[in-house]
Ligand binder design. Structure first.
Ligand SMILES: NC(=O)C1=CN([C@@H]2O[C@H](COP(=O)(O)OP(=O)(O)OC[C@H]3O[C@@H](n4cnc5c(N)ncnc54)[C@H](O)[C@@H]3O)[C@@H](O)[C@H]2O)C=CC1
Ligand SMILES: O=C(O)[C@@H]1CCC=N1
Length: 267
């Protein structure tokens, strides 16, 4: 029998999960979102079954993914609580929202799993943190959930205390990478390259550099040194980055994101 997985909220993250899991023959995907346009598109493209509301979705599904904005999590968890039971599992991807609060809002009706994803899940290359600390979670449920997210990318089982750090670094991470990519493309345009061609070059620069870092297995600093000839162009460029404290700015950015994650969780 197919496992029934329901997504409450099919925006950027919920939608990415639906698209990433659409190929799985052993899953029946359900969705609810007040925005009917994204539900209908996912119905057409991915075979998502539309549900009339969160409570109906929770009643009909074995695994219920809460993919709404963190501020909506208390109300939605409370709304579905009477449709949940011990055989089901509530999975939240909401930034900052803690398992203890989710269990409280949903009246401890079923086990709760906290997940922090990132958007490359859309193309099967997400990085996920899973908090599997709820002791009412069965080994079968834990195994199923790990398998689910392994299908969407790389999985790290982490204690909940590491979630603010993971959220700040990896959940928000794609935005930092795209910010840096955008800056590189703008620099190319500033130096007279065409935007389309500069974009193509920068995308391959990132893809090739990441691929090389995976393959070569040496320290990232060594890879940087391989590019940096004494008295050459790279050391001139890196010197300008150091002068503007870009690494310190990156550390600060991740710290600020972690602070916001704690704030969203009410800490
Ligand atoms: N976008 C990202 O990169 C990541 C997002 N997250 C988390 O995922 C969650 C969703 O974020 P996004 O997908 O980016 O937001 P989004 O705004 O793209 O999607 C949220 C969806 O929830 C729907 N919605 C609003 N009220 C609802 C209700 N009562 N019931 C069901 N659906 C409702 C909206 O129509 C919207 O489609 C957030 O809690 C966020 O913290 C976590 C990691 C990464
Ligand atoms: O910006 C946010 O709050 C969400 C959580 C991590 C990535 N996006």
């Amino acid at each position: 029998m197919k496992a029934r997985l329901g997504l409450i909220g099919t925006g950027n993250m919920g939608g990415a999960m639906v698209q990433g899991l659409a190929h799985r023959q052993d899953l029946e995907l359900h969705g609810y979102d007040p925005d009917k346009s994204c539900l209908e598109r996912l119905g057409r493209e991915c075979g998502l079954k539309q549900q009339p509301g969160p409570a109906e979705l929770a009643r009909d599904c074995d695994y219920v993914v809460l993919a709404v904005k963190p501020g909506l999590a208390p109300a939605v968890a409370a709304e579905i609580s009477s449709s949940l039971d011990r055989s089901k599992c509530l999975i939240s991807v909401a930034a900052g929202v803690k398992t203890g609060d989710l269990a409280f809002w949903s009246n401890k009706a079923c086990p709760v799993v906290r997940v922090m994803p990132n958007t490359p899940a859309l193309v099967g290359r997400g990085v996920f943190a899973l908090c599997l600390e709820d002791d009412t979670l069965s080994p079968e449920q834990a195994g199923f959930i790990q398998g689910l997210f392994q299908d969407l990318g790389q999985v790290h089982v982490l204690p909940e205390k590491s979630f603010d750090a993971f959220t700040a670094l990896i959940g928000s991470g794609p935005a930092y990478v795209y910010y840096f990519m955008e800056s590189m493309v703008d620099a190319g345009v500033y130096m007279g390259l065409g935007r389309a061609q500069a974009t193509e070059m920068v995308l391959e620069l990132f893809a090739g550099s990441a691929h090389m870092a995976h393959k070569e297995k040496c320290h990232i600093t060594q890879l940087k040194e391989m590019v940096t000839s004494p008295g050459g162009t790279t050391t001139a460029g890196l010197g300008a980055l150091e002068k503007r404290a870009v690494k310190a700015a990156v550390l600060k950015a991740v710290q600020e994101a972690a602070r916001r994650s704690r704030e969203l969780g009410g800490k």
